[in-house]
Design a protein around this ligand. Structure first.
Ligand code: G1P
Length: 350
């Protein structure tokens, strides 16, 4: 599922869709495809909207070894609607529905394996206990089955959130027929699954193991980046001069790092230039980025951006592609900003 507009990530998603944003220098949707392929699913239909189609086609054309079919959902009217427009592609086969902004540490094989039609199971949902599930689908489990399901409830009936991967047999299609739209006028998959339950179908829960991330907001992208960087093992393919590297640091080919201290885990992308800088833990520097006379920590910098001459440390920051952040350090001591709609800038005044 890759038709959504990612409104909570604007302005980053004003120019391109959420599944094409990178963590650890890989587009989010690659992690979804990795998980599908690893679970043995290789016929992949990508549901796109007019707004997201070209970006997705472009990014996925570089994913090795998989041919994708693109399904247009125009306009995007919710996840149940997305299944409806995919009907021809899906035919009467069982299928996995994967929300492309979800990342699972341990993949999705456990959910796919739990789908056992011979045991009368019609659908499988992945559940995660979370502190506050009010922004998610919430499930109640009774006698080892899902007993009821609600979308983004104000008063959650349990702490079990529905993660973004679902396995269905074709009975879901009849439930989607005649569904009433829910919040924001969207046809919600949660409502269709609730109908399955009400019609006596067996919807089985499987608990997610390891971490799970729904990357809806900027802080989620930073956290997903942190979790991916924890897997790094030191590898230095680029050039380093007068540089101190501590812990798991990856410097990709064509990158140059001079007079710099890097505390890992940190990733410096291909062709990047880092000079007179400090790069702190959980930072990804995109391909062809320049960082000069600046300090960065717990941040993601998109490709071809440039950060130069900044005296105070930049941290907890999500920076898009081709962004220019430049300080002059002299007089007058004024900020000069050109900033797109819905940006968030926090300036530390001293
Ligand atoms: C969607 C589903 C929700 C689920 C969530 C998981 O919500 O509607 O039930 O818990 O994905 O990521 P969205 O994130 O699209 O608002």
């Amino acid at each position: 599922m890759a038709a959504g507009l990612g409104t909570r990530l604007r302005p980053i998603t004003s120019l391109r869709p959420k599944p094409t944003l990178s963590v650890a220098n890989r587009p989010l949707i690659y992690f979804a495809v990795d998980n599908l392929v690893e679970a043995g699913i290789t016929e992949i239909g990508v549901v796109v909207s007019y707004v997201t189609a070209d970006y997705l086609k472009d990014i996925l054309s570089n994913y090795p070894g998989v041919t994708f079919e693109y399904i247009l959902q125009a306009p995007p009217l919710g996840l149940a609607h997305a299944v409806q427009v995919s009907r021809e592609f899906l035919a009467d086969d069982p299928f996995v529905m994967y929300l492309s902004d979800n990342i699972f540490e341990n993949g999705i094989s456990s959910f796919v394996d739990a789908f056992e039609p011979e045991k009368g199971i019609n659908a499988v949902l992945a559940l995660v206990p979370v502190e506050d599930p009010r922004a998610l689908g919430v499930a109640v489990v009774e006698d080892g089955r899902i007993g009821c399901l609600v979308e983004k409830p104000e008063v959650p009936p349990s702490n079990l959130a529905v993660a973004g991967v679902y396995v269905f047999d074709p009975s879901i299609h009849q439930m989607i027929e005649g569904l009433e739209p829910g919040a924001k006028g969207e046809y919600q998959i949660t409502d269709a699954i609730q109908r399955l339950i009400e019609h006596g179908y067996h919807v089985a829960p499987v608990q997610v193991t390891g971490w799970w991330k729904d990357t809806g907001k900027p802080e989620d992208i930073l956290d997903a980046n942190r979790l991916q960087l924890l897997k790094l093992r030191r590898s230095i393919s680029g050039k380093t001069e007068h540089t101190e590297l501590v812990g798991e640091v990856v410097i990709e080919r064509g990158a140059t790092v001079r007079n710099t201290t890097i505390f890992g885990p940190a990733l410096i992308g291909e062709g990047a230039t880092v000079e007179n800088a400090y790069i702190g833990p959980f930072t990804t520097i995109g391909n062809k980025v320049t960082v000069r006379n600046a300090e960065l920590e717990y941040s993601v910098v998109g490709a071809s951006s440039s950060i130069e001459g900044i005296r105070s440390r930049i941290q907890g920051s999500l920076i898009g592609e081709e962004v220019l952040i430049k300080g002059h350090g002299g007089r007058p001591s004024a900020h000069q900003l050109t900033i797109g709609d819905k940006s968030v800038i926090m300036l530390q005044e001293t």
